[in-house]
Design a binder for this molecule. Structure first.
Ligand code: G
Ligand code: G
Ligand code: MN
Ligand code: NA
Length: 254
């Protein structure tokens, strides 16, 4: 209850900020975008990780308001960078099933895009396999309506949930993000190599982009390059960083 009240206060005081983790093209190494990750800048507790408050916010429903702030802020930032003559690429945001289930998420996205005057394809929405399943019958329509806004769709943590081939055919998405647990074990466990190989091959066969998460080692990146993975993020290149720092990277890369 205390944390719930603290989150309400945090919303009122606008204490949520976005960090950006750079996303790079595997083949060329070029910077092609970022994943926006929320943090809570608490006046006494300092920077609070989303792991500490997203689960509760999902339970209380506060995730809807937090998620709305995240989407608006990402769009505002894309606009600001574009106006500075920078090319931010595609910025991904994480969206919980509760956010999707409530109200009119596609219409909300559309208004965010229009109010900030950005192109829809500048934004990417990351959904997990479990949120897709949680929505049941409504998923197909919701995904179609999201794609109609021009926003790209990615399946986050791919491979950790119910990774079914039939839903990949049914639900049209643009990208699969290979969960970092598989990338992490690439060099130690033959099983993970097989999974990563299979996901990349499947993505290619279905015309989907494949992005690896949590790349920490050169050897992991080498393997991903050899297998034809499209893009990656991870500590090897950069951890999530404040907007100003990402802006410097954008400036330096162009
Ligand atoms: O950013 P970090 O590095 O600590 O993220 C921890 C977890 O919090 C991840 O699973 C990530 O998907 C989730 N997360 C980060 N930002 C958001 C957000 O804006 N909305 C939702 N729903 N989850 C987020
Ligand atoms: O669940 P999701 O994939 O949205 O969350 C991404 C999480 O992974 C964030 O907590 C982010 O800080 C973290 N992360 C990003 N790159 C790396 C990495 O190279 N190694 C590890 N261990 N975590 C990472
Ligand atoms: Mn994510
Ligand atoms: Na992930």
């Amino acid at each position: 209850l205390e944390l719930e009240e603290a989150l309400t206060t945090a919303l009122a005081r606008k204490e949520f900020v976005l960090y950006y983790q750079p996303v790079h093209d595997v083949a060329s190494g070029r910077l092609i975008g970022a994943e926006a990750l929320v943090r809570w800048q608490h006046p006494e507790w300092g920077l609070v990780s989303p792991n500490e408050f997203i689960p509760l916010a999902e339970e209380t429903g506060q995730i809807v308001e937090i998620g709305a702030r995240v989407a608006s802020e990402a769009a505002r930032q894309i606009r600001a960078w574009t106006e500075l003559g920078l090319e931010p690429g595609v910025v991904a945001i994480n969206v919980s099933s509760r956010q999707l289930a409530r109200g009119h998420f596609p219409a909300f996205l559309r208004s965010v895009i229009e109010e900030n005057g950005i192109e829809g394809h500048r934004l990417e929405v990351e959904l997990t396999e479990s949120s897709l399943l949680a929505l049941g019958e409504r998923t197909t329509d919701l995904l179609r309506e999201i794609r109609e806004t021009g926003v790209q769709l990615a399946i986050d943590d791919f491979g950790t949930g119910y990774s079914s081939l039939s839903y990949l055919r049914r639900f049209r998405v643009d990208k699969l993000k290979i969960d970092r647990s598989f990338v992490n074990e690439l060099q130690v466990d033959g099983g993970s190599l097989g999974i990563v190989k299979a996901v990349i091959a499947m993505g290619q066969a279905m015309g989907l982009q494949v992005q690896a998460e949590g790349v920490e080692l050169d050897s992991q990146l080498d393997t991903l390059a050899r297998l034809g993975c499209d893009s990656f993020q991870g500590y090897l290149r950069a951890a999530p960083m404040p907007a100003e720092q990402f802006q410097k990277l954008l400036g330096a890369s162009q």
